[in-house]
Design a protein. Structure first.
Length: 345
């Protein structure tokens, strides 16, 4: 264990420097105060971001820069690669559903044999980042050319296709690939002996499953639909959810009253009753997870600081997108701020 932690000493030292360059609330407040997108972007001129008129390209480039930097810093390439795989699975979902939509249109007169390449799918629907090239994923989805796919991707794609053939419901694709992504991440974290990440993923899965439970009840979905969407790796067992599935949504608060999530569930249900929205719960969930990540700042050696920084940077990019999209659409300062989470620093 000492050897495992000590090999990260150099990476942790560099990460501490990177942490000082994360945006704080003061910088975000200045962006919120900006009159428009152009003025908001000026606030970033003294940061790591390569500011340009196209803020989506700016955010995408920053994400790629951070992943490239951490890939170079991490002593074990598997650490960063397992986070990149999340983007692969997202892209597989988009490409597969685009293909099925194309084929569905083909039955109405469009040539179904010309499945959409990755460059024909809306640019913002795909991430130009991952452990596998977009064109490789597109060939696998559209042409069945899976030789260049890693085994986890190949198996996940096959399971998603098989499940869709049974249900003919595109939601099945999301469910299968989400479960596969979580299973992969959890197995990798456990295999690399990173207890911090195993625990983080368990908490994240639990909170997503709670939100899925409430949303499923709200939409009148049956038990099987919820079970299909249930993510693995969490501490809260599926049976606990199913025990109260036929009761009102509020029953979940009683079922998990002794868990760490009790305050989030209770407050989330109160806001749900008031406005019919899960947005408060989702915001509280994200803040809870970010607070858990902050523990990494106090770890002297090991992979935890790199993980904390990477996920903090992703959170920062998401918040910048919320601000800039909000400014572009003329939303008020208060409306935009309400959608923001917390910062790592």
């Amino acid at each position: 264990m000492v050897e495992f932690e000590s090999k990260y000493a150099y990476s942790v030292a560099r990460t501490r420097v990177l942490e000082t360059r994360l945006l704080d609330w003061g910088r975000l407040e200045r962006m919120l105060d900006a009159a428009d997108v152009e003025e908001a972007l000026k606030v970033l001129q003294e940061s790591d971001y390569s500011v340009g008129f196209d803020y989506e390209a700016m955010l995408s480039n920053e994400l790629k820069r951070v992943y490239a930097l951490l890939s170079e810093m991490a002593p074990d390439p598997r650490l960063v690669r397992m986070f990149l795989v999340r983007y692969d699975f997202h892209n597989l979902k988009v490409l597969l559903k685009a293909r099925l939509l194309w084929e569905g249109a083909g039955r109405g007169g469009v040539d179904a044999g010309q499945a959409p390449r990755s460059d024909r799918v809306p640019k913002r629907a795909l991430f130009d980042i991952g452990s596998v090239k977009l064109e490789t994923l597109a060939r696998a989805v559209n042409e069945g050319e899976v030789r260049d796919l890693p085994e986890p991707h190949r198996a996940a794609l096959q399971r998603a296709l098989a499940a869709y053939e049974e249900t003919r419901d595109p939601v099945t694709i999301d469910n299968v690939l989400d479960r596969e992504a979580y299973s992969f991440m959890c197995a990798e974290a456990a295999g690399q002996g990173i207890d911090f990440l195993v625990d983080y993923l368990a908490r994240q899965a639990d909170l997503i499953n709670i939100a899925t439970f409430i949303r499923s009840k709200q939409m009148g979905k049956d038990r099987s639909s919820f079970t299909e969407a249930f993510l693995p790796c969490g501490r809260l067992e599926l049976s606990k959810f199913l025990d109260v599935y036929d009761r009102p949504p509020e029953a979940i608060a009683d079922e998990f009253a002794g868990s760490d999530y009790a305050p989030i569930i209770e407050d989330g249900l109160k806001h749900l009753a008031a406005d019919g929205s899960l947005s408060y719960f989702e915001k509280a969930r994200d803040i809870y997870l970010l607070n858990y990540l902050k523990k990494a700042k106090y770890v002297a050696f090991g992979p935890e600081p790199l993980i904390g920084y990477l996920l903090a940077k992703e959170n920062e990019i998401r918040m910048l997108r919320i601000i800039l999209v909000g400014k572009a659409n003329g939303l008020t300062r208060e409306t935009i701020k309400e959608r923001l989470r917390d910062v790592y620093v």
